[in-house]
Design a protein around this ligand. Structure first.
Ligand code: GLY
Length: 353
């Protein structure tokens, strides 16, 4: 997979002009959703060279990350004469960068695209690393391809209009990057005040977070090995997310990952010796910033069943990414049902449930 260029930009207009110049094209398209079209698009309209681009607006939120929406994007591209030499800009959160990337990667067997993420989650995770796709048959990101963007332009100014819940949600992926990288990065993330946000400090942390992800994706773009480090917190997190959805009380992805990290740090502690003190410090930060996903022992079996069906598994074995310490990653670990139930007991106890 070719390496994508990720730019932490202080001058979005200039960076975008340069990125577009490097992708000669016949027609220019931009994919937005109903929110980013209203809130973020005005900043791009000011950029002269974009005046004749064709805007495709879709519904906002994960419920629109569907085959129907994708087909509507393909149809607009087709009706507007898009070719293999066209260029698509994806302006939005992870849903837009995932679906838009997939649309571009598949239309006429693929044409280039540029991501301009507008949420913290998309900046530090979804828009970087070439994973694209849609939800299908009730399963998240079930259909998709690896197809890196030609460029990812990150302008953290967009974060100033993000609500706290979405900010904190994206921050969970940053915390994960801290846990899988270095002790100093992790410690700095725990010191950050998510209520009185210092946006300059956040920008710096975003840059470091993206670097962690890029380094890992560069080593293993197709997730055969070390890229699984990025799954820390996600085996349990996806089960929490699915359970919440089944109960018609959807939760933001990053919240589920944060609660998943509480569980998986416990597993790391008992199975691979992750230090108790660092586990407690991380859990305390999560407790203070993410409240708790309510859980009682009647839900353990359901969660266990959901984890068995996670697409990261093979042959009915639940696959975890664990840590021996900060930055010391153990992939392809498995745990038995009894240990997993004990992990849920720990979660309930330390989250005060
Ligand atoms: N979101 C995890 C990855 O890109 O591999």
């Amino acid at each position: 997979m070719s390496k994508q260029e990720v730019i932490l930009s202080e001058d979005l207009a200039g960076s975008l002009k340069q990125a577009i110049d490097r992708c000669p094209h016949d027609r220019l398209f931009i994919l937005t959703d109903e929110h980013t079209s209203r809130l973020c698009m005005p900043r791009l309209r000011e950029i002269g060279c974009l005046s004749d681009m064709n805007e495709i607006v879709i519904g906002a939120g994960d419920i629109h990350k569907t085959l129907d929406t994708l087909a509507s994007v393909w149809k607009r591209l087709s009706d507007s004469g898009a070719t293999r030499h066209s260029l698509l800009l994806n302006l939005g959160g992870g849903m837009i960068t995932d679906l838009g990337g997939f649309a571009a990667a598949t239309f006429k067997r693929g044409f280039p695209y540029i991501n301009i993420p507008t949420t913290l989650l998309a900046m530090v995770d979804a828009s970087v690393g070439g994973k694209t796709g849609i939800n299908f048959n009730g399963l998240k990101n079930e259909i998709g391809v690896f197809a890196p963007a030609s460029a990812v332009l990150i302008d953290t100014c967009f974060l100033r209009s993000l609500d706290r819940r979405n900010l904190v949600s994206g921050y969970a992926e940053m915390l994960k990057h801290g846990l899988i990288s270095t002790e100093s990065h992790w410690a700095e993330l725990l010191r950050f005040d998510t209520e009185q946000v210092d946006y300059d400090g956040l920008r710096e942390l975003v840059g470091r977070s993206v670097q962690v992800k890029e380094d890992i994706v560069g080593q293993d773009p197709f997730e055969h090995g070390i890229r699984k480090a990025l799954n820390l917190g996600h085996t349990v997190g996806h089960a929490f997310e699915s359970l919440a959805l089944e109960k018609n009380r959807p939760v933001l992805h990053g919240y589920a990952v944060a609660w998943g990290m509480v569980c998986e740090l416990y597993l790391s502690h008992i199975m691979t010796g992750f230090p108790a003190g660092k586990m407690r410090q991380t859990v305390q930060f999560i407790k203070e910033n993410y409240s708790a996903f309510y859980l009682d022992c009647k839900q353990y079996e359901t969660l266990y069943g959901l984890m068995l069906h996670d697409k990261k598994n093979t042959a009915g074995i639940i696959n975890f990414t664990l840590l021996e310490d900060i930055g010391r990653i153990c992939i392809n670990r498995t745990a038995g049902k009894e240990t997993i139930f004990e992990m849920f007991d720990f979660y309930r106890e330390c989250m005060g449930l």
